[in-house]
Design a binder for this molecule. Structure first.
Ligand code: DAK
Length: 259
């Protein structure tokens, strides 16, 4: 498939890299771009050779939000009856392989929400995060009011959502929104290294780990721990568990077959 608003390539035959590519609009997330993003992610998720997916943007912008021009004249009836772009944004939640957001520059509005839908965020030192929708007379609409407080706590989430201010990479790391900050010129190198590390493990264990961590956001502690326990037990049915433990015991590198 050819894409107009994103670029897609693989690294080391096992990492799927998706680069948002509407530079003149600071990668504003139009419905067409989101359709392409969903298609590319679904294709990588279905590709047995791919162990990890990276979403990135440009140095200046990961994404400056949903496309304001495209939304400007919509009425309530338009957005409510057509469930405005909802389906285009839900695909990412169905991706079972790990997805890393490599963020440089602006990650605002839907851009910040997209980054938060990824499994973790590696930020360049020039990254700036925010939910400025309040300035447009709306509120975050792709999970920002729900994921941001889970990530940074109520007080900072309220501050960002109600004032519309941006936070820099340092503040985002202190608040727990991003997992690490790297120099801008090392962003892809460091993100690819993290992705390669993930790819070196059992894909079944990696997917199970992602599913279990995500469950912590959807359930109470007892249910979450029970879910984890059963998944943990199930992993003893895999060849990869035998391989991983045998490799440790015999002091050799593990050779996971993802079985
Ligand atoms: N949409 C469309 N165009 C955008 C844009 C955006 N979000 N952000 C920037 N651009 C365009 C600018 O209009 C400008 O275009 P030209 O004038 O050159 O044609 C070009 O990108 C460069 O922008 P600036 O000239 O403004 O560049 P600066 O460096 O001066 O400022 C900035 C950069 C990022 C601070 C500024 O552009 C800015 O404030 N942008 C808007 C940020 C924003 O308000 N984002 C939130 C948008 S609302 C949903 C899913 C998602 C959403 C809602 C619902 N569902 C699933 C239901 C999301 C909503 C949003 O994100």
């Amino acid at each position: 498939m050819t894409y107009e608003f994103i670029q897609v390539h693989t690294e080391a035959d096992k990492i799927g890299v998706i680069t948002l590519n509407r530079p003149k609009q600071l990668n504003a997330l139009s419905p067409d771009l989101m359709v392409e993003l969903g298609a590319a992610m679904t294709a990588f998720d279905a590709d047995a050779a791919i162990g990890c997916i990276i979403i990135t943007g440009s140095e200046k912008a990961f994404a400056a939000g949903a496309d304001i021009g495209a939304m400007a004249t919509f009425t309530f009836a338009d957005v409510y009856k057509n469930d405005y772009i909802t389906k285009h944004w839900e695909t990412i939640r169905s991706i079972r392989k790990p997805v890393i957001a490599a963020v440089s520059g602006f990650a605002l509005g839907g851009g910040c929400e997209l980054a938060m839908m990824c499994d973790f965020i590696i930020a360049a030192d020039n990254a700036r995060f925010g939910q400025p929708e309040i300035k447009l007379g709306i509120i975050p609409g792709a999970g920002g009011t729900q994921r941001l407080p889970r990530s940074v706590g109520k007080s900072k989430a309220m501050d960002l959502v109600l004032t519309g201010r941006m936070m820099n990479a340092d503040e985002a790391e202190r608040a727990g929104l991003v997992s690490r900050i790297v120099p801008l010129d090392k962003l892809m190198e460091e993100t690819l290294a993290a992705a390669l590390m993930i790819c070196s493990y059992s894909q079944i264990a990696v997917m199970a780990a992602k599913e279990s961590v995500n469950r912590s956001f959807e359930s109470g502690l007892s249910d979450g721990v029970m879910f984890e326990r059963r998944i943990f037990h199930a992993l003893f049915a895999t060849q990869d568990q035998k391989e991983g433990m045998d490799a440790f015991v015999n002091k050799r590198p593990a050779d996971f077959k993802h079985q």
